[in-house]
Each structure stands twice: as C-alpha cells, then as structure tokens.
Design a protein around this ligand. Structure first.
Ligand code: GRF
Length: 210
C-alpha cells in the first residue's frame, strides 16, 4: 500500500477537496494533500485548505500566454510539492499534454454525470433537459479529450420528476463526496490497472477485488 501524495487543483468552492481531506483525517484514505492549487484567488476551497494547514498556491490562468505555459507552471508547483497524483476537483480548465505527460496515468477528474453522457459543463442541467431517469458521477483518468478518459468509478443517482438543476446537483454532489475518496483509496491500495485498448479500442480500468 502506498501513501498518495496528492496535488488537488480547484477553481471554486472545494467541497470535493474537503471530502478528500475528511477521508484523509478519518484514515479512510491513505493520502496526504501536499498542495492545493487554484486558478482563481477567490476560490472557497483555498479557505478549507488553509484552515487545515495544507499548502496552497494561486496560479491565475490570465497570467500566462498559453494553456501550455500555464500547465508548465502547474507542473513546476506540483513537482516542488512532491506530488505523485493530481486530482482535478472542480478545476474549470482544460489541461494539456504538458500536465498529462508529467504525470502519466496519474491525473484524476471527478465529473457530475455518468460519462460518456453529458461531458463538459452544465452536466446536471443537460441531464434534466434530456429527461434521463438516472444520472450520477464519474471518477476517471484524464486524457487529452474533455471528460473522455478511462473510467475508474461511477455512482448512480435517481433523477426525480420534480428535480431542479439545484436539487439534482446537490444529490449528485453528495455521491461525488463518497465516490472520489473511495476511488483514490483503490489507487493507494494498488488495485487499479489501466488496460490499453486493443487495435485502437478504448483503454479500460480494471479494479482488483479486495
Ligand atoms: C463538482 O460537481 C465536480 O464534479 C465538478 O465541479 C464541481 C466542483 O465542486 N467537476 P466542488 O468545488 O468540489 O465543490
């Protein structure tokens, strides 16, 4: 079993960051959050990190001329903090191969839909508009596409007839908070293998039973 050295990237409220910190504190997750990096100085998640003495960095994307230059700076900050795995926890930026190649198969995202349905932004509103009866959340490894990487874990949430974007988002968020630390713990327990697809097929994730 390895202790994961996590770098958590955020842009906003940071409730998924908090779920990681809670799981770490409750010994449900063998991980140390080494650094929290936000592209927005006003991100609420920075307050959660500071309150727990977790190092924080603010890297405003507007300070950089290109996505690649931004990701170079991210990689530098993550390496400086001794990070082994990167978690995108509400990080509202598209990442480039600069980050992905620096942490191959070690960048993980949480997304509020059952991928491949409703990638990108406003997934909960899209699910309601489509009329699906089940939605949920997905933890996946990040590849060069938008929410297209190999799926590590999913959790389903019923859509109710009277759901609004807010009520559905809140129930999905509760599922996210349970799923993300659990999926990270599988990685810490060395139970996760990414199996390359044959003949151009999709890579898949195998999770060994306990
Ligand atoms: C979550 O719904 C996550 O799935 C999505 O962005 C939201 C972040 O929420 N990628 P929080 O900042 O973790 O509270």
């Amino acid at each position: 079993m390895a202790t994961l050295d996590l770098g958590v990237l955020i842009s906003g409220r940071g409730s998924n960051l908090l779920s990681i910190l809670h799981a770490e504190g409750a010994s449900r997750l063998d991980a140390r959050v080494r650094v929290v990096i936000s592209n927005r100085p006003e991100a609420g998640g920075l307050v959660h990190a500071k309150a727990r003495n977790v190092p924080t960095r603010v890297l405003p994307h507007s300070d950089f001329a290109s996505r690649e230059a931004y990701d170079e700076a991210l990689v530098g900050a993550l390496r400086e903090a001794g990070v082994s795995h990167v978690v995108l926890a509400g990080f509202m930026r598209i990442v480039t191969p600069v980050l992905l190649n620096a942490f191959p198969d070690r960048v993980i995202n949480i997304h509020p839909s059952l991928l491949p349905a409703f990638p990108g932004i406003h997934s909960q509103a899209k699910a309601l508009a489509y009329g699906v009866k089940v939605s949920g959340c997905t933890v996946h490894f990040v590849d060069a596409g938008t929410d297209t990487g190999p799926v590590l874990a999913q959790s389903a949430v019923q859509v109710r007839h009277d759901d609004t974007e807010e009520t559905l988002s809140a129930r999905i968020l509760a599922a996210e908070h349970a799923l993300l630390p659990r999926a990270l713990q599988w990685i810490a327990e060395d139970r996760v293998t990414i199996v390359p697809g044959e003949a151009g097929g999709r890579a898949r994730v195998l999770v060994r039973e306990e």
